[in-house]
Design a protein around this ligand. Structure first.
Ligand SMILES: [Zn+2]
Length: 556
């Protein structure tokens, strides 16, 4: 390195204009900055397996040319400018060449690379160390070596899971598209579109996810399922990875494993009079109650709460369920498994009933024989709770009538029916009051005297300088958690008679209304008026199901 330096110094000194120290020092500094570049290219050519003499020579040549320009151009600053541009151009041509030869994670000077140089330094590094992935086989995943495919898989997974947990997402869905994967989070039952991720990123993320969930990384078509855990500080989060092939590529879903919360009747969101009626069932000795709702509307939570309403120490309580949804203390829970037991659901239920319980819970009681057995139990000194998938009290009853087939048997022990939905609860930190317009008041039959203000999602908070920020309490979704809304009818002797005699469902429906049963929308409106939820949320939840559309774009 010394000898060319001396040569240049001589040239510089010989050329009259450069004797000035003020001009010579920048020259030296820029000249020395060029050397590490040559060194890096020299090393890098081997790493990316390209022609070393050619590229080192080219970058070196560009530098020599640049120095000559500088020396020959009479105006010093113009010469310096040409020098800098020439050296940078030479370097960029090489970077472009080498980036084309390597995979995404190994590229330099890309937006991701530059971002990673800054973010890796502080927070993320230590946070990544505080987060541990546990594989399906209960092994801890070690942080891989930086700048390897495993490291990028680990990093993408870490970022994804951290974000999903912060936003309280219970499902993350990746849908392959022509260029990228669409990402959707489900938070409190509502879908949120997130920024897309590239196919290349997925090439790192997917093998990593499959590996920690102990799935076959080579299998791209058959559906697979597996779990992994994330430990962070003192919290454990369990996720299930579900993959399946489609014509567009592999579809991936992450589902957070949450036990169906075992809550009390008081926490379901029942209106006071509804609570009173349901809670009174603990003093009854026999009868059947139907808990209904569409899929994922909180039916199991209500079912469990009704069972827990009974004292499990003084009563014998048995349930028959099709899958494990939660643990009820002091209750004998049987999970139906036809392959294992070799009997039908109805036979299994008969066995459970023969054990002589005081209270029987039957989840998804959607078979004729089982439905009849449940009805018989309900007139034989047992309290029976059954769940059905239905979108209203009337459709639940119609379904039950069809299943049981015998109106006398059915109506004799029937205590009541409820149907439910889950409404997201407005964030108390950022919800905003507004005066509803006349049209809205008319449409929902609201009393203008009583309803001065309604509430809607706020999403953004403003500090005292008027600066907006994302609400930390709801992560900008405007909602935190959900509450049930219930349509409920309890049957007296008159209504039982109506069920036995009615010629049409319409007739029954009319009588239920006459007995003051409020419809789901009327019940939901009460929660809108008291500020628990918004009109839009009510409309979203009560609209007939269609292909789920995301309710919002990703929040910053
Ligand atoms: Zn908020």
């Amino acid at each position: 390195m010394e000898s060319p330096m001396q040569d240049f110094a001589v040239i510089a000194v010989a050329y009259g204009g450069y004797i000035s120290l003020v001009k010579f020092i920048p020259f030296l500094v820029l000249f020395f900055l060029w050397w590490p570049l040559i060194g890096w290219v020299y090393e890098d050519t081997e790493r990316v397996e390209t022609n070393r003499p050619l590229w080192t020579g080219a970058v070196l040549g560009a530098g020599v040319l640049a120095v000559l320009f500088w020396l020959l151009v009479p105006i010093y600053l113009v010469g310096m400018f040409i020098y800098v541009i020439t050296v940078i151009t030479g370097a960029l041509v090489y970077v472009k060449h080498r980036n084309a030869r390597v995979m995404d994670f190994d590229r330099v000077l890309t937006a991701d690379h530059i971002k990673s140089l800054f973010s890796r330094s502080a927070d993320q590094g230590s946070e990544m160390k505080n987060t541990v992935f546990i594989t399906a086989n209960k092994n801890e995943v070690e942080l891989p070596q930086p700048r390897t495919p495993e490291f990028y898989g680990y990093k993408h997974c870490f970022e994804l899971v951290t974000d999903a947990i912060w936003r309280r997402a219970d499902t993350v869905t990746f849908t392959p598209g022509p260029q990228a994967y669409a990402v959707t989070y489900t938070v409190d039952g509502a879908a949120f579109q997130q920024p897309e991720i590239t196919k290349e990123q997925m090439d790192f993320l997917l093998p990593f996810l499959k590996q920690i969930a102990d799935l076959d990384t080579k299998e791209r078509r058959k559906p697979q399922k597996g779990k992994f855990k994330v430990l962070r500080d003192k919290d454990t989060f369990e996720w299930e990875v579900q993959t399946a092939g489609s014509t567009a590529g592999e579809q991936i879903r992450l589902v957070r494993s949450l036990a169906e919360s075992v809550t009390k009747l008081t926490d379901l969101g029942l209106m006071p009079e509804q609570f009173e009626r349901l809670s009174a069932m603990r003093d009854l000795k026999e009868g059947l109650f139907i808990v209904s709702g569409p899929k994922r509307s909180g039916v199991t939570t209500t079912f469990y709460a009704l069972i827990r309403n009974h004292d499990s120490y003084t009563n014998n309580i048995n349930t028959l369920e099709r899958r494990t949804s939660g643990v009820l203390p002091n209750v004998t829970q049987t999970i139906f498994d036809q392959a294992k037991s070799g009997v039908t659901f109805a036979e299994e239920l008969a066995r459970v009933i023969r054990m002589g319980p005081d209270i029987v819970g039957v989840a998804d009681c959607e078979e004729t024989k089982a439905a009849q057995a449940a009805c018989s139990g309900a007139i034989d000194q047992k309290i029976v709770y059954v769940t059905l998938e239905a979108d209203s009290v009337i459709t639940a009853l119609r379904k039950w009538m069809k299943l049981v087939g015998d109106r006398k048997l059915l109506s004799h022990g029937l205590l009541g029916i409820c149907n439910q939905r889950l409404l997201r609860v407005l964030c108390t930190e950022c919800k905003q009051a507004y005066a509803p317009n006349k049209e809205l008041m008319r449409k929902f039959n609201l009393n203008p005297e009583k309803t001065k203000a309604l509430y809607r999602a706020g999403k953004v908070l403003y500090d005292k300088h008027g600066k907006p920020s994302t609400c930390d309490h709801c992560q900008g979704t405007g909602f935190v958690g959900r509450t049930g809304v219930f349509e409920l009818v309890m049957l007296n002797d008159d209504l039982k008679k109506v069920i036995r005699k009615a010629k049409t469902m319409q007739e029954i429906s009319t009588e239920f209304r006459r007995a003051k049963m409020l419809l789901l929308q009327e019940q939901a409106l009460r929660k809108v008026i008291n500020g628990t939820t918004s009109i839009n949320e009510m409309i979203r939840v009560l609209s007939p199901p269609k292909k789920s559309t995301p309710v919002g774009k990703a929040e910053p």
